[in-house]
Design a protein around this ligand. Structure first.
Ligand code: NAD
Length: 357
């Protein structure tokens, strides 16, 4: 039987609980579609600090690099908050992105029909539903550019630099075009080309690549307008491709359209088909160990893993359909509404797995 190797980082707080249910769902998908997984556990974050003294032990990087892809729960917690920056759990996250060359961050913002009521956007704007994919450049731009402090006219000043090379823009733009091709065929490139030189180069590069994708309709939008349009008329968007800093802000805005942090999946892709898949929420220490965390964001991240890294689109679709189905009758506490059965982490995971089999 076809076997996939998955590195599994359970992490801290609710991480182990939600990953456990995700593995249950992945196994159910494998059983139905004829493949299986070998899981390779490894440590990152607070639990790695406790055992190995660092948030990202070299062994973890090796295990991840040797795997087909990586599934991650979440890291962090108060216990490690007083450590110096480079030893904190979050340093593990930045470290693994760099070590694995994860340059494209995919953040779907969608509303499952049964959860329409949870969105802060009016139902007439949502219509039949929303499904936007934000493709964010993850390893370049102002977060990695030259920075420093200096003196200007006798006053203390600080600067950060936005710099993108053509190859950097090309590789992320291609992810955007390919994604649009697999979805609704529309790509919106978001920049600030009316002001920033780096954005003008970004736009020129995206425009040039468009010739390779005649089946994709390309449009452009300034970032300030995009922030407004996401709330005013989000249904106009299919795939958005943008820089690191603009994507950071817009993907958070777009994902909140869905109304619940416990439902939001993400993928970070490297060259080839390798990726790291994780929920966008953190380790939720306030509810850890209580068995009430919503595992669906991690389960939906696993569906993305099947789709984008393992090329198992039928299994990915089966997970998404199963999630939609269970939401019609049951809810974890974070998305609970009267009239539904309130369930914990394990029951939610079991229900999704059962709906797949
Ligand atoms: P958080 O996302 O962990 O929690 C915010 C709120 O959302 C909390 O009330 C929490 O209970 C709730 N929540 C989050 N996920 C949930 C789920 N699956 N089901 C139900 N409720 C859920 O953010 P925070 O409280 O700001 O951070 C907690 C820790 O997580 C910090 O140490 C932070 O650094 C870390 N963090 C890690 C990641 C990551 O691993 N990628 C991301 C963000 C924050």
């Amino acid at each position: 039987m076809k076997t996939y190797n998955l590195a599994v980082i359970r992490g801290d707080g609710i991480g182990p609980e939600i990953v456990e249910e995700t593995i249950r769902v992945l196994d159910a998908a494998g059983a139905r579609f004829g493949f299986r997984f070998d899981y390779h556990p490894c440590l990152m974050g607070g639990c790695a600090i406790d055992v190995a003294g660092v948030p990202l032990p070299p062994e973890t990087v090796e295990i991840c690099k040797a795997a087909d892809s990586v599934l991650l729960g979440a890291v962090g917690g108060e216990k490690w908050d007083t450590l110096p920056g480079h030893l904190r759990p979050e340093a593990g996250l930045l470290g693994i992105r760099a070590a694995l060359g994860l340059y494209a961050n995919l953040r779907p913002a969608r509303i499952f029909a049964p959860l329409k009521g949870a969105s802060p956007i009016k139902s007439e704007i949502i219509g039949e539903g929303l499904d936007i994919m934000v493709v964010r450049e993850l390893t370049g731009g102002i977060y990695f550019g030259e920075r420093g402090r200096k003196e200007v006219n006798g006053a203390a000043a600080a600067y950060d630099t936005e710099c993108y090379s053509v190859p950097e823009v090309e590789r992320i733009a291609r992810v955007g075009f390919e994604m649009a091709r697999k979805r609704g065929g529309k790509l919106c490139s978001v920049d600030k080309a009316n002001v920033l030189e780096s954005s003008r180069l970004w736009r020129e590069t995206v425009t040039r690549l468009a010739a390779d994708y005649p089946d994709v309709t390309l449009s452009y939008m300034y970032v300030d307008n995009c922030a407004m349009q996401l709330v005013r008329n989000p249904r106009q968007f299919d795939v958005i491709v943008t820089s690191n800093i603009f994507g950071d802000i817009l993907s958070d805005e777009a994902s909140m359209i869905s109304g619940s942090i416990g439902m939001l999946a993400s993928a970070s892709l490297a060259r080839g088909s390798f990726g790291l898949y994780e929920p966008i929420h953190g380790s939720a220490p306030d509810i850890a160990g209580q068995g009430i965390a919503n595992p669906l964001a991690t389960i939906l991240s696993a569906a993305m893993l099947l789709q984008y890294s393992l090329n198992e689109p039928a299994a990915a679709a089966a997970i998404e359909t199963a999630v939609n189905e269970v939401l019609k009758t049951m809810r974890t506490a974070d998305i609970f509404e009267p009239g539904y059965r309130k369930v914990g982490t394990t029951d939610m995971g079991r229900a999704v797995a059962d709906a797949i089999s």
